[in-house]
Ligand binder design. Structure first.
Ligand code: GLN
Length: 445
């Protein structure tokens, strides 16, 4: 039972911002009814799940781990939440994250720091740290996270679980509080690849409420879980195993390649030459979009209002007290990059780099089925270790950001332990080729 497990471990990991026990018990009771009349319906029937707190839930506080939205109760559900409810899952609570999904360690949460279940002195990763920690510690069977530059995959790697960022447009973003709309995707965090495929099956598909969701048929992902990867062609970018990747991580990835070879796949080294510009482009683009998306949090429309003498002062007070330091840093960076006179030099340049990065992927996928590398350059780091240096923190996502810029799907699967801490193997596929990604991940697992 989820809540008794939560009682046992939540004091140590702190995954949840809010438990919705009363709702969950009611849901469970309703399901008992369905069970007696209709029996088990669907693959996710009755499974306990947690939802990242930037995905809106009707009548249930959704804070984005921000003081500014401390008391915000949405009036509708995100499409993914509706779809999970229709699949008869039970929502256990809302999960901690970095404020507005900006961060790689959960330390930017406005409320508390979630801890890595493998070593509670270490971060669980971020921004979906609560989502990964809750699955790794057995509090829920699966969770939803969001990934703008690595926020599902990096915490999945750090916590030793499976996390997928789907193709941009595969899953509806309706009801996901936008950070960088052209990069954000919702995806499942699970213990196994099979569970992951079941959850994606449930949440994927076109949604008329999200104009960027893709009207592309959702295949049956189970069909891909055969274990057969004979003759599959793998590309290994030399940029992903080079400088900056810890030796113990590299070793695990090399071992993983041997395993995949023994299963009949072949691999070759390739180059994604523009990868080295990915972080620079990402922080311009994501911050620019964030500065526009977060303009709506003015104390008038949503969440907390800090009244002052007039409207402008009310805005100022709400935003200066409501947002944390990292969010302010991004808003300043974004408004600067978009300001007249600088737009061409920063925003436009970054868009051009984004196209080059996408073309690097297109080139490789002409010849190969998947691209493989580590998910993160290191294993989980210590709480506090990177907090004083934003650039070191940003470097954590160097291996996950290119896929968001290109829009391709990528999964992180556990690839063993290094010094007692999980290492994540990242498998990247061509657009809408989640099936191929799952095929390889499942065979490897
Ligand atoms: N860590 C990256 C950032 O801070 C990615 C975040 C994310 O994917 N939401 O922007």
């Amino acid at each position: 039972e989820s809540y008794s497990r939560i009682k046992e471990v939540e004091g140590k990991v702190d995954s949840f911002l809010q438990l919705t026990e009363e709702n969950a018990r009611q849901q469970a009771k309703d399901l008992d009814q369905v069970l007696t009349t209709e029996g088990v319906k669907g693959n996710l029937f009755g499974l306990p799940t947690g939802i990242k707190d930037n995905i809106v839930t009707k009548g249930i506080r959704t804070t984005c781990a921000s003081k500014l939205l401390e008391n915000f109760e949405p009036v509708h559900n995100a499409t993914v939440v509706e779809k999970l409810a229709a699949a008869n899952t039970v929502t256990i609570g809302k999960l901690n994250m970095d404020e507005f999904a900006m961060g790689s360690s959960n330390e930017n949460s406005g409320f508390k720091v979630t801890r890595n279940p493998w070593d509670t002195n270490r971060v669980p990763g971020g921004s979906s740290g609560g989502s990964a920690a809750s699955v790794a510690s057995g509090e829920v069977l699966f969770s939803l996270g969001s990934d703008t530059g690595g926020s599902i995959r990096e915490p999945a790697a750090f916590c030793g679980v499976v996390g997928l960022k789907p193709t941009y447009g595969r899953v509806s973003r309706f009801g996901l509080v936008a950070f960088a709309s052209s990069l954000d995707q919702i995806g499942p965090i699970t213990r196994t690849v099979e569970d992951n495929a079941f959850v994606l099956q449930t949440i994927a598909g076109y949604d008329k409420m999200d104009s960027t969701s893709a009207n592309v048929e959702v295949p049956d992902y189970r069909v891909a879980l055969t274990g057969d990867i004979k003759d599959l062609k793998i590309a290994v970018p030399k940029e992903y195993l080079g400088e900056g990747v810890a030796p113990e991580v590299r070793e695990k990835i090399e071992q993983a390649l041997k395993t995949l070879e023994s299963l009949g796949a072949t691999w070759e080294e390739v180059s994604l030459p523009h990868s080295k510009y990915a972080n620079a482009a990402y922080y311009i683009l994501s911050s620019s979009e964030a500065s526009a998306n977060l303009a709506r949090f003015d104390g008038i429309r949503y969440g907390k209002r800090m009244e002052d003498t007039n409207l402008i002062e009310t805005y100022r007070k709400t935003r200066s007290q409501g947002f944390g330091d990292e969010v302010k840093r991004r808003i300043m960076l974004g408004t600067f990059a978009l300001s007249s006179g600088y737009y061409d030099a920063y925003y436009k340049k970054a868009q051009q780099v984004r196209t080059l990065i996408k073309q690097d992927f297109d080139e490789v996928f002409k010849k190969y089925d998947v691209i493989i590398g580590p998910t993160a350059p290191t294993t989980a780091f210590k709480i506090g270790e990177k907090m004083n240096d934003p650039l070191t923190m940003y470097a954590t996502d160097i291996l996950t950001i290119p896929m968001n810029l290109a829009g391709v799907p990528a999964i992180s699967v556990p690839a063993g332990l290094a010094d007692g801490l999980p290492v994540g193997l990242q498998i990247i596929g061509n657009y809408f080729e989640e099936s191929t990604v799952y095929r390889v991940a499942h065979a490897f697992e």
